[in-house]
Design a protein around this ligand. Structure first.
Ligand code: ZN
Length: 179
Protein backbone atom coordinates (compact mmCIF):
# COMPACT_ATOMS: atom_id res chain seq x y z
CA UNK A 1 0.00 0.00 0.00
CA UNK A 2 1.34 3.42 -0.98
CA UNK A 3 1.89 6.04 1.74
CA UNK A 4 -0.94 8.59 1.97
CA UNK A 5 1.01 11.31 0.16
CA UNK A 6 2.11 8.96 -2.60
CA UNK A 7 -1.41 7.61 -2.99
CA UNK A 8 -2.83 11.08 -3.57
CA UNK A 9 0.10 12.20 -5.72
CA UNK A 10 -0.06 9.10 -7.97
CA UNK A 11 -3.82 9.51 -8.28
CA UNK A 12 -3.45 13.16 -9.33
CA UNK A 13 -0.85 12.29 -11.93
CA UNK A 14 -2.84 9.40 -13.40
CA UNK A 15 -5.97 11.58 -13.53
CA UNK A 16 -4.04 14.37 -15.27
CA UNK A 17 -2.69 11.96 -17.88
CA UNK A 18 -5.94 10.10 -18.51
CA UNK A 19 -8.09 13.24 -18.80
CA UNK A 20 -5.43 15.06 -20.84
CA UNK A 21 -6.97 17.38 -23.45
CA UNK A 22 -10.51 17.09 -22.05
CA UNK A 23 -12.48 20.22 -21.18
CA UNK A 24 -15.21 20.46 -18.56
CA UNK A 25 -18.72 21.75 -19.06
CA UNK A 26 -19.56 25.29 -18.04
CA UNK A 27 -17.62 28.47 -17.45
CA UNK A 28 -14.80 29.08 -19.91
CA UNK A 29 -14.19 25.45 -20.97
CA UNK A 30 -11.71 24.92 -18.16
CA UNK A 31 -9.43 21.86 -18.43
CA UNK A 32 -11.13 18.78 -16.97
CA UNK A 33 -8.39 18.37 -14.39
CA UNK A 34 -9.63 21.57 -12.69
CA UNK A 35 -12.85 19.72 -11.84
CA UNK A 36 -10.95 16.74 -10.46
CA UNK A 37 -8.65 18.97 -8.38
CA UNK A 38 -11.68 20.79 -6.99
CA UNK A 39 -13.48 17.57 -6.02
CA UNK A 40 -10.33 16.08 -4.44
CA UNK A 41 -9.67 19.26 -2.49
CA UNK A 42 -13.27 19.51 -1.25
CA UNK A 43 -12.95 15.93 0.03
CA UNK A 44 -9.57 16.62 1.68
CA UNK A 45 -10.97 19.72 3.38
CA UNK A 46 -14.23 18.06 4.41
CA UNK A 47 -12.35 15.21 6.13
CA UNK A 48 -9.49 17.28 7.56
CA UNK A 49 -6.99 15.39 5.43
CA UNK A 50 -7.68 12.16 7.32
CA UNK A 51 -8.65 9.92 4.40
CA UNK A 52 -6.07 9.67 1.61
CA UNK A 53 -7.98 6.92 -0.22
CA UNK A 54 -11.05 9.13 -0.40
CA UNK A 55 -9.00 12.05 -1.79
CA UNK A 56 -7.32 9.71 -4.32
CA UNK A 57 -10.76 8.46 -5.36
CA UNK A 58 -11.79 12.10 -5.74
CA UNK A 59 -8.99 12.64 -8.26
CA UNK A 60 -10.00 9.47 -10.09
CA UNK A 61 -13.80 9.57 -9.73
CA UNK A 62 -14.47 10.13 -13.46
CA UNK A 63 -11.60 7.98 -14.78
CA UNK A 64 -13.56 4.77 -15.43
CA UNK A 65 -16.52 6.66 -16.86
CA UNK A 66 -14.61 9.01 -19.17
CA UNK A 67 -11.29 7.29 -20.01
CA UNK A 68 -10.02 3.77 -20.72
CA UNK A 69 -9.12 3.26 -17.04
CA UNK A 70 -10.54 0.07 -15.50
CA UNK A 71 -11.60 -0.87 -11.98
CA UNK A 72 -8.96 -3.65 -11.95
CA UNK A 73 -6.21 -1.20 -12.83
CA UNK A 74 -7.22 1.13 -10.00
CA UNK A 75 -7.34 -1.80 -7.54
CA UNK A 76 -3.84 -2.82 -8.59
CA UNK A 77 -2.27 0.65 -8.62
CA UNK A 78 -4.03 2.05 -5.56
CA UNK A 79 -6.25 -0.15 -3.41
CA UNK A 80 -9.44 -2.16 -3.52
CA UNK A 81 -11.23 0.65 -1.65
CA UNK A 82 -10.12 3.35 -4.11
CA UNK A 83 -11.26 1.13 -7.01
CA UNK A 84 -14.59 0.41 -5.29
CA UNK A 85 -15.22 4.11 -4.58
CA UNK A 86 -14.56 5.08 -8.20
CA UNK A 87 -16.69 2.18 -9.49
CA UNK A 88 -19.54 3.40 -7.27
CA UNK A 89 -19.27 6.83 -8.91
CA UNK A 90 -19.31 5.42 -12.44
CA UNK A 91 -22.46 5.70 -14.55
CA UNK A 92 -23.34 3.07 -17.13
CA UNK A 93 -22.51 5.07 -20.25
CA UNK A 94 -24.43 2.64 -22.48
CA UNK A 95 -27.66 4.13 -21.06
CA UNK A 96 -29.22 7.38 -22.30
CA UNK A 97 -28.49 10.51 -20.22
CA UNK A 98 -31.99 10.78 -18.73
CA UNK A 99 -31.83 7.17 -17.50
CA UNK A 100 -28.32 7.66 -16.07
CA UNK A 101 -29.55 10.71 -14.18
CA UNK A 102 -32.64 8.87 -12.92
CA UNK A 103 -30.48 6.01 -11.66
CA UNK A 104 -28.00 8.30 -9.91
CA UNK A 105 -30.82 9.88 -7.92
CA UNK A 106 -32.43 6.49 -7.17
CA UNK A 107 -29.17 4.73 -6.24
CA UNK A 108 -27.64 7.55 -4.16
CA UNK A 109 -29.00 6.39 -0.77
CA UNK A 110 -27.52 2.89 -1.32
CA UNK A 111 -23.95 4.13 -1.89
CA UNK A 112 -21.13 3.75 0.66
CA UNK A 113 -20.41 6.67 3.00
CA UNK A 114 -17.31 7.62 0.99
CA UNK A 115 -19.07 7.48 -2.39
CA UNK A 116 -21.80 9.75 -1.00
CA UNK A 117 -19.18 12.36 -0.10
CA UNK A 118 -17.65 12.14 -3.60
CA UNK A 119 -21.11 12.57 -5.15
CA UNK A 120 -21.79 15.71 -3.09
CA UNK A 121 -18.35 17.19 -3.89
CA UNK A 122 -18.95 16.44 -7.60
CA UNK A 123 -22.32 18.23 -7.53
CA UNK A 124 -20.82 21.24 -5.71
CA UNK A 125 -18.08 21.54 -8.34
CA UNK A 126 -20.41 21.08 -11.31
CA UNK A 127 -23.04 23.49 -10.00
CA UNK A 128 -20.42 26.18 -9.33
CA UNK A 129 -18.97 25.76 -12.85
CA UNK A 130 -22.37 26.45 -14.42
CA UNK A 131 -22.91 29.73 -12.54
CA UNK A 132 -22.29 32.84 -14.62
CA UNK A 133 -23.80 36.29 -14.53
CA UNK A 134 -24.54 36.43 -18.27
CA UNK A 135 -26.17 33.05 -18.94
CA UNK A 136 -27.45 32.33 -22.44
CA UNK A 137 -31.00 30.90 -22.63
CA UNK A 138 -29.50 27.45 -23.14
CA UNK A 139 -27.09 27.80 -20.19
CA UNK A 140 -29.95 29.10 -18.05
CA UNK A 141 -32.10 26.04 -18.77
CA UNK A 142 -29.16 23.73 -18.28
CA UNK A 143 -28.44 25.25 -14.86
CA UNK A 144 -32.11 24.96 -13.81
CA UNK A 145 -32.09 21.30 -14.86
CA UNK A 146 -28.75 20.56 -13.26
CA UNK A 147 -29.61 22.13 -9.90
CA UNK A 148 -32.92 20.28 -9.72
CA UNK A 149 -31.29 16.94 -10.45
CA UNK A 150 -28.21 17.54 -8.27
CA UNK A 151 -30.50 18.45 -5.36
CA UNK A 152 -32.24 15.07 -5.73
CA UNK A 153 -28.94 13.16 -5.83
CA UNK A 154 -27.52 15.08 -2.87
CA UNK A 155 -30.74 14.49 -0.87
CA UNK A 156 -29.83 10.79 -0.97
CA UNK A 157 -26.22 11.43 0.08
CA UNK A 158 -26.55 13.91 2.95
CA UNK A 159 -25.73 13.46 6.62
CA UNK A 160 -22.17 12.15 6.46
CA UNK A 161 -20.40 15.50 6.52
CA UNK A 162 -22.10 18.72 7.63
CA UNK A 163 -19.50 20.99 5.98
CA UNK A 164 -19.97 19.36 2.57
CA UNK A 165 -23.77 19.48 2.91
CA UNK A 166 -23.52 23.20 3.67
CA UNK A 167 -21.18 23.84 0.73
CA UNK A 168 -23.73 22.23 -1.57
CA UNK A 169 -26.53 24.40 -0.16
CA UNK A 170 -24.32 27.48 -0.71
CA UNK A 171 -23.73 26.45 -4.34
CA UNK A 172 -27.48 26.05 -4.90
CA UNK A 173 -28.12 29.48 -3.36
CA UNK A 174 -25.47 31.02 -5.62
CA UNK A 175 -27.09 29.33 -8.63
CA UNK A 176 -30.58 30.56 -7.70
CA UNK A 177 -29.16 34.08 -7.42
CA UNK A 178 -28.27 34.13 -11.13
CA UNK A 179 -31.45 32.35 -12.34
ZN1 ZN B 1 -17.07 14.58 -11.77
Amino acid sequence: MLSPIRLVSEAAELAARRHNGMARKGRGNEPYINHLAEVANLLATATGGADAELVAAGWLHDSIEDTDTTREELAQRFSERVAALVAECTDDMSLPKAERRRRQAMDAPKKSAGAKLIKIADKISNTAARIQTDLSAEEHDELVDYVEWATQVVAGCRGGNAWLDEKFDDAVKAARAVL
